[in-house]
Design a protein around this ligand. Structure first.
Ligand SMILES: Cc1cc2nc3c(=O)[nH]c(=O)nc-3n(C[C@H](O)[C@H](O)[C@H](O)COP(=O)(O)OP(=O)(O)OC[C@H]3O[C@@H](n4cnc5c(N)ncnc54)[C@H](O)[C@@H]3O)c2cc1C
Length: 406
C-alpha cells in the first residue's frame, strides 16, 4: 500500500505522542508509526510514580502518564504493529506490518524512536555467558508486564534511575537485593530515587565498585566485585563475593537512531533548538537524541519537534541559521548542539562532576545561573530568548564554586 502525508512520526512513546499531537494542532495530516500494539513505549513498564510532575502537574505512574497523553491523539492515524525498515533521502519511508511492505511519501518526519539498553556482554567481564544475567529493562518487563520472577537473590550493577527503581521493585517482589554497585564515585540516579529505592529498604550502595567476574555452571551462582581506582581499574585485595542467582545490569541507554543513517548523530541525533537535524525535513526528539532523566522534558521536546515539523511541511519554517553550542569546562552533556537564534531555546545540561554550588554560564550571552547541589545525573535546564544573529558560537561552562568530589 502507498500512503501520502504531511508529517510522519516514528515511535509512539512519550516523545512521539507529543509530536503527533502538536503537529496535528498545526492543521497538517499526521501518521504515527509504532511497532508495538499500543502507544507509550517504555512508560508501559514503569508502574512506579514520579512521572508528569511538570508536564501534567500531577504525580503519575508511567501508564497513567501515557493514558493522559494519549487522550490528545484523537483523529490521528496510528499504524500499530509497524516496523520502519528504511527512511530514504527522497522523503519515502518503508515499513513492514502483518500485511506486507508499505511506503509513505511525506513532507517532514519526526524521529521519536527512543533508546536501547547497553548489554552486559558489551562489558569486559570474564566468565561464561550463563543464564541469570538480565538488563534492568528486561527484568522490569518480566516482572511488571509478564508476571515472571527473574530470580531470588540479586546484585544490581549501575545506580542510574533504572537500576535504583529495579532495586526497589525486586525487593517488593520478594527478591533479596544484596547490593547495588556503581563504578563512579557518586550515584548515577536522582537523589529522590536514592532515598526512596535504596535507603528506605536498607539496600547497600557500593560506590567506585564494579563486577570483575561472574561464576556459575548453567545458572549464575556468584558475582565477584571489586573497588576501582580513578582509572576504573579494579584494586587488588578489595574483592567482594555475592552468592546470588541474578545479576541485573543498568549500565546505560544508547539512543536508537536506526533506520536513519544519513543524519548527523553522536550517538543520538544532533538537533537544533527547533529539533531539526542535519537533514532539513527530519526532526527528532526524546531519547533518540539524548537520554533525558524526566519524561516531562521528553514530552516538551516532542511537542516542539511536532510543531516545527508541521511548520516545515506547510513551508512556514525552513532551515534556520545554526549557531554551534560548545561544551566548555565541567560540562558532560549539552542538548541541543545547535541553536537557531531567531527562536527561543531550552538548553539541557549535565555537569561532569559533583558541585555543592555551580555557576553555569552561557557565553557570550552573559547568562549565569547558580545551581545548588549540581550532579551529573540531574539535568540543569536553562531557557534562552532569541539572540543576535551575528553570534557564531555559544559556550556553556560550569565553574566550581565549591566542589565535593573533584
Ligand atoms: C526504568 C525507567 C524509569 C524511569 N523513571 C522515570 C520517572 O520516574 N520519572 C520520569 O519523568 N521519567 C522516568 N523515566 C524516563 C522516561 O520514561 C523516558 O525518558 C521516556 O518515556 C522516553 O520516551 P521516548 O518517547 O523518547 O522513548 P520510548 O518510550 O522508548 O519510545 C520509543 C518508541 O519508538 C518505537 N520504535 C522504535 N523504533 C521503531 C521502528 N523502527 N519502527 C516503529 N516503532 C519504533 C518503540 O516501540 C517505542 O514505543 C524512566 C525511564 C525508565 C526506562
Amino acid at each position: 500500500m502507498k500512503y501520502k502525508t504531511d508529517v510522519v512520526v516514528i515511535g509512539g512513546g512519550a516523545a512521539g505522542i507529543a509530536a503527533a499531537y502538536r503537529a496535528k494542532e498545526e492543521g497538517v495530516k499526521v501518521i504515527l508509526l509504532e511497532r508495538d500494539e499500543d502507544t507509550g513505549g517504555v512508560l508501559n513498564q514503569c508502574i512506579h510514580n514520579g512521572f508528569g510532575l511538570q508536564y501534567f502537574r500531577k504525580d503519575l505512574t508511567g501508564p497513567e502518564f501515557k493514558e493522559l497523553a494519549k487522550e490528545r491523539l484523537n483523529n490521528i492515524e496510528i499504524l500499530f504493529g509497524t516496523y520502519v525498515l528504511e527512511v530514504r533521502k527522497d522523503k519515502t519511508i518503508t515499513f513492514v506490518d502483518r500485511r506486507g511492505i508499505h511506503e509513505i511519501e511525506t513532507k517532514a518526519l519526526v524521529m521519536a524512536s527512543g533508546a536501547r539498553e547497553r548489554h552486559f556482554n558489551s562489558l569486559p567481564v570474564p566468565g561464561k555467558r550463563i543464564t541469570g544475567v538480565f538488563t534492568a529493562g528486561l527484568a522490569q518487563r518480566f516482572i511488571n508486564l509478564e508476571n515472571l520472577k527473574p530470580g531470588s537473590k540479586a546484585v544490581i550493577l549501575g545506580s542510574g534511575d533504572i537500576g535504583l527503581i529495579m532495586a526497589r521493585r525486586l525487593t517488593l517482589e520478594g527478591i533479596k537485593v544484596e547490593a547495588v554497585l556503581e563504578i563512579m564515585p557518586y550515584p548515577g540516579g536522582l537523589e529522590r530515587n536514592i532515598q526512596q529505592c535504596l535507603k528506605d529498604f536498607g539496600i547497600p550502595l557500593y560506590l567506585s565498585h564494579t563486577v570483575t567476574a561472574i561464576e556459575g555452571d548453567r545458572r549464575l551462582e556468584k558475582v565477584i566485585a571489586a573497588q576501582v581506582d580513578y582509572k576504573w581499574d579494579p584494586m587488588p585485595g578489595t574483592e567482594k563475593e555475592f552468592e546470588v542467582d541474578t545479576l541485573i545490569t543498568s549500565v546505560g541507554l544508547i539512543p536508537q537512531t536506526k533506520p536513519v543513517n544519513f543524519v548527523e548523530a553522536d550517538p543520538g541525533f544532533l538537533v537544533s533548538n527547533t529539533n531539526q537535524t542535519s537533514e532539513d525535513w527530519i526532526f527528532a526528539a526524546g531519547n533518540c537524541t539524548v537520554i533525558f532523566d524526566l519524561v516531562d522534558y521528553v514530552a516538551k521536546e516532542g511537542e516542539k519537534a511536532g510543531k516545527y515539523a508541521a511548520l516545515y511541511a506547510k513551508g512556514e519554517y525552513k532551515k534556520g541559521k545554526k549557531v554551534k553550542v560548545r561544551k566548555g569546562e565541567n560540562i558532560g552533556i549539552i542538548h541541543p548542539v545547535y541553536i537557531d537564534p531567531t527562536q527561543e531555546s531550552t538548553l539541557y545540561i549535565r555537569v561532569s562532576k559533583v558541585f555543592d554550588r555551580a555557576s553555569i554560564k552561557v557565553e557570550p550571552l552573559g547568562i549565569e545561573i547558580i545551581e545548588n547541589d549540581a550532579r551529573p545525573p540531574e539535568m540543569v535546564v536553562v531557557k534562552l530568548k532569541p539572540f543576535d544573529e551575528n553570534i557564531n558560537e555559544i559556550e556553556v561552562i560550569a565553574d566550581e564554586l565549591i566542589s565535593k568530589l573533584g
